[in-house]
Ligand binder design. Structure first.
Ligand code: ADP
Ligand code: ZN
Ligand code: MG
Length: 491
């Protein structure tokens, strides 16, 4: 972990209070109020038009797809969607925002009163409230470095102007940096499952501002908060909060006052520092956007969105734990992304035993991938290959030892299971007489184990099966072997 945890001594005296504001870019084809493409990485200032750079007289038209995504995200986050929400101008001057204002929502946001459930330190769960979700347009970008004259100039790229955003504002319900980390992890996972955003923090499609204050334990009134901005990973947010909590307690205990301000986190130094004080806090002079009518979300759109709602991660894990007899940990592995979980389940359905597919994937594939530092997308053994292997195992056509050997080959030569199996066609001994002979040998060599079996320890049968498998170099037909071992031991 990048940071030192807060000392328990500090936490005994002070309680942190945290609220998060998360901006999420929506994955629409076009921008929120114009027809420009909504994409990252174009040549600077090529993906713009009079509307998104705010030329006088240009009029915005709301992108219906952005509304659908915002409603989908709202419902996935348990928010109540307002039937009529209102766009408002948030007025401020900044070089990357040529309109001179942001089109946002103010007193009538799209949705409110949601929550996300997070695990707590004591093994329980807790609901973190979501105050509101509103829609707005993104600003452009000031580029402070990367040019020969960057020491004296700042450049502006307006391509990002007009990218559709939702802002998700949490209640000040979060009490530890770890809870903040969990909240963000769950939030991102839910958003990814709904498909409204790629949540790519490096490209800025998910950005988080963290508000934090401390109060003496027992005090009801919240302390003065600082807002930490521009932190580009969840781990850094956790670390920044840990630092900030310690800092605020120190300020208070040395007789000072925490000032309301915006702070930046420096990941190299592991500390936050003041960017600007909010003393002269902005008056944004919000007023209803005159160029856009109120946004009406019809009951039809709501019910259609509910119908389209995918199974969300938490529910999916619970179902999969039951269906495939998984541990919680394994369920997390299989649901790490919706695409992966979908591919797994679609494939598993076609297998004789879906549980065996899950089992093979977890026992033979994920570990090998990890060892090779490969993503599951780059696995030489495909889902179909895993299903084929699982069926062969299920039918007793190969032993698990042979399967391991085949998988070893697959990962060595980067081939899928099918071709490797066809080529290697592991030998199988299906001659009962030959297998019986091997069993007799093993029985003769292990009188103590035979005695235990006959005294009632039936699980000893597994020992004999294992031994004969070894003697047969993994080639004994597993079904036949099981049957004959029992027969011999009983006989
Ligand atoms: P502002 O007016 O500064 O934008 P808001 O009341 O809109 O403040 O809250 C912004 C975010 O800060 C929300 O996520 C909220 O939960 C959180 N927040 C508000 N007050 C506090 C506080 N005293 N300590 C920590 N977080 C807070
Ligand atoms: Zn445009
Ligand atoms: Mg606010």
């Amino acid at each position: 972990m990048a940071s030192a945890a807060i000392s328990s001594d500090v936490l005994a005296r002070y309680e942190p209070v945290i609220g998060l504001e998360v901006h999420v870019q929506l994955l629409t084809a076009t921008k929120i109020f114009c027809g420009c493409a909504n994409r990252f990485g174009a040549e600077p200032n090529t993906n713009i038009c009079p509307v998104c750079i705010g030329l006088p007289g240009a009029l915005p038209v709301l992108n219906q797809k952005a509304v659908e995504f915002a409603v989908l995200a709202s419902l996935a986050l348990n928010c109540e969607v307002r039937e009529r929400s209102v766009f408002a101008r948030k007025n401020y001057f900044y070089p990357d925002s040529p309109k001179g204002y942001q089109i946002s929502q103010f007193d009538k946001p799209l949705s409110e009163h949601g929550w996300i459930e997070v695990p707590t330190a004591d093994g329980g769960t807790k609901k973190i409230g979501i105050t509101r979700i509103h829609m707005e347009d993104d600003a452009g970008k000031s580029i402070h470095d990367g040019f020969a004259d960057s020491a004296t100039r700042t450049y502006v790229d307006l391509n990002r102007c007009g990218t559709p955003l939702i802002e998700i504002v949490s209640e000040p319900d979060i009490r530890t940096p770890e809870e903040a980390f969990e909240y963000l992890t769950r939030l991102k996972e839910i958003l990814l499952y709904t498909g409204v955003s790629d949540c790519n923090m490096e490209e800025g499609s998910l950005r988080c501002d963290a508000n934090v204050s401390v109060r003496p334990r027992g005090q009801e009134k919240f302390g003065t908060k600082a807002e930490v901005k521009n932190v580009n990973s969840f781990k850094f947010i956790r670390a920044a909060l840990e630092y900030e909590i310690e800092r605020q307690v120190e300020v208070i205990e040395s007789g000072g006052k925490v000032v309301q301000e915006t702070r930046l986190y420096n990941a190299d130094q592991g500390r936050t520092y003041s960017m600007r004080s909010k003393e002269q806090a902005h008056d944004y002079r919000y007023f209803p956007e005159p160029d856009l009518p109120p946004l009406v979300v019809s009951p039809e759109l709501l019910s259609e969105t509910k119908k389209r709602m995918p199974e969300l991660p938490e529910a999916r894990r619970a179902r999969m734990i039951a269906e495939y007899e998984l541990s919680e940990r394994d369920a997390y592995t299989l649901t790490a992304s919706r695409a992966f979980a979908d591919r797994f389940e679609t494939a598993a359905k076609t297998a004789r035993s879906p549980r065996r597919v899950a089992n093979l994937l977890l026992s033979e594939v994920t570990g090998r991938l990890k060892a090779l530092d490969l993503e599951v997308e780059n696995s030489p053994v495909s889902m179909a290959g895993i299903v084929e292997a699982a069926d062969l195992l299920e039918e007793g056509k190969i032993s698990s030892k042979q399967l391991k050997q085949l998988f070893d080959i697959c990962f060595e030569t980067s081939e899928d299971f099918g071709p490797v199996y066809e080529r290697e066609k592991p030998q199988q001994i299906t001659d009962a007489g030959a297998i019986e002979k091997m069993i007799d040998e093993v029985i003769a060599a292990n009188p103590k184990q035979v005695e235990q079996y006959r005294a009632g320890k039936k699980t000893m049968a597994g020992f004999f099966v294992g031994q004969v498998m070894r003697v047969s170099k993994g080639q004994a037909n597993p079904g036949l072997l099981n049957e004959l071992v029992t027969k011999k031991l009983e006989g």
